[in-house]
Design a protein around this ligand. Structure first.
Ligand code: NAD
Length: 467
């Protein structure tokens, strides 16, 4: 097993913590509650394993390809467990596992390029690339497997070892994933640690960690950057978003409504780059609200294991409370729910899919990241006003523009201050693209070759040119 089990219970701390099924609100399993002091041994082993792992790129490629096959074969078990602890519909769990496998395959075959450069003098410099050492990968609960793989696949491909810390809301599928990978990777190359804070904070500040790659909220990202400053570890931060969708006046509402709805509500809105605000021309605003509200009223909401379900529960009680608080605040600010607007009766963390209209632009449901099944739709009168509003929060992860004239839509997209902009869809990414948030949404670059180089350091050899 790559998991590092707690071997003691310091200070009366429980050895395990409960994992809740968000569809019922009931505990269904538990995970080891590791003490931060355990990290010294875990990171020490990761450091020792690094020496062998970094030495043989061809062996790494083979191991990561086999790892992808192994995960693929275990898809059924992983998918059910992921749905159980995360809440997402089973079909979305299968899709997440396919994306996890795709990341392993993609990075297995990616290698840095050694190259010679010159500045015109009779010396040449050769740039080689070296791995960093043990990498800490800290991930949230919305896509536990996919986001973990997005971190460990490039880090391992680059020759580093990884200590992975999932969210305490979703530790189980990650533990299963890592136990599968332990059958094909050398010992201690990938280790998972589970537990509550300060486990993540101690991992981020551990002197043996050379790169902290973190995905999560903006406030936690700031703490992680501070923690990693002590050992001067590299940081890559993929943080929250508040993506706007700007609809242009030539948009055909019927044609885009389904795509727009799912861009906001997939994974119950718990997607960093979900559409979190819609700006519609005033003339089309009522039509857009009704098209989205009609879908929100009729979408099948239920437990993720029910094959009829399209939208599952919110993942956890604190997040449900946040979604409810922002929605109530919007109502107090004068907003009206064209659909939903409340928790659903019965067990579990279900919130009725909600479309908000008449929302003041300064209401927190617009300015903050709701990260749940609630979508404000705001009218605009001029395009400049819409672009200013889209750019008007501190976030800068993604954004999209929707219309019939693609050139015009692209010109508007070019004005969005974010890392990725889409036209007539939202949140689709390529494994080969750089993924980087602007402003508060991130530091550093993940994805594609940039993600690989983010896990490497340049090592340069100068020598005189041969006569
Ligand atoms: P979070 O910031 O609360 O937690 C993220 C991870 O950090 C968890 O594993 C958590 O246990 C750990 N953690 C908590 N406190 C820590 C500390 N002081 N030091 C180190 N680690 C600590 O985020 P969350 O609620 O799990 O996830 C939702 C957030 O993640 C949203 O803001 C969402 O937008 C963001 N997110 C961003 C991306 C992206 O690629 N930009 C992708 C998915 C999610």
């Amino acid at each position: 097993m790559p998991t590092s089990e707690p071997d003691r219970v310091p200070g009366g701390r429980a050895a395990c913590f409960a994992v809740v099924d968000p569809a019922t609100g009931e505990t269904f399993d538990e995970a080891p509650d590791q003490h931060p002091d355990d990290l010294d041994a875990v990171v020490g082993r990761a450091h020792r394993a690094w020496h062998g792992w970094r030495a043989d790129p061809a062996a790494r490629t083979t191991a990561l390809r086999v790892a992808a096959d192994t995960v693929e074969k275990a898809g059924d078990d992983l998918a059910r467990l992921l749905t159980r602890e995360q809440g997402k519909p089973l079909a979305e769990s299968y899709a997440e596992i396919a994306r996890t496998v795709a990341r392993l395959r993609y990075f297995a075959d990616l290698a840095p390029r050694t190259r010679r450069i010159t500045d015109g003098r009779p010396v040449h410099s050769e740039i080689r690339w070296r791995s960093l050492g043990p990498v800490a990968a800290i991930v949230p609960w919305n896509f536990p497997l996919q986001l973990a793989a997005a971190k460990f696949a490039p880090a391992l491909a680059a020759g580093n070892t990884v200590v992975l810390k999932p969210s305490p809301f979703t530790p189980l599928a990650t533990r299963l994933l890592c136990s599968l990978l332990a059958t094909v990777l050398p010992e201690d190359v990938l280790t998972v640690v589970t537990g509550h804070e300060p486990l993540g904070a101690r991992l981020a500040s551990h002197p043996g960690i050379r790169h902290v790659t973190f995905t999560g909220s903006v406030p936690t990202g700031r703490s992680v950057a501070e923690a990693a400053a002590a050992p001067l570890a590299r940081v890559t931060l993929e943080l929250g978003g508040n993506d706007a969708a700007v609809l242009l006046d030539d948009v055909e509402v019927d044609r885009i409504a389904d795509r727009l709805f799912w861009a906001a509500f997939r994974n119950c809105g718990q997607v960093c780059m979900a559409v979190k605000r819609v700006y519609a021309p005033a003339r089309l605003h009522a039509e857009v609200v009704e098209a989205l509200a009609q879908r929100a009223r009729t979408v099948a909401v239920g437990p993720g294991l029910d094959p009829a379900t399209r939208l599952g529960p919110v993942n956890n009680a604190p997040q449900l409370a946040r979604v409810e608080r922002l929605t109530k605040q919007a109502a107090a600010d004068g907003a009206r729910a064209a659909a939903g607007g409340h928790r659903m009766d019965g067990p579990g963390y279900f919130f009725a899919p909600t479309i908000l209209t008449d929302v003041p632009p300064g209401s927190p449901v617009v300015t903050e990241e709701q990260f749940g099944p609630v979508l404000p739709v705001l009218p605009y009168r001029s395009l400049d006003e819409a672009v200013d509003a889209a750019n008007g929060t501190g976030f800068g992860l993604g954004g999209s523009v929707w219309g019939t004239d693609l050139d015009r839509a692209e010109a508007v997209a070019d004005r969005l201050e974010c890392g990725t902009a889409w036209i007539n869809h939202h949140a689709e990414t390529s494994l080969a693209q750089p993924f980087a948030g602007a402003r508060n949404s991130g530091v550093g670059v993940a994805g594609g070759l940039w993600g690989l180089y983010g896990n490497l350091r340049p090592f340069v050899v100068h020598r005189p040119q041969e006569p």
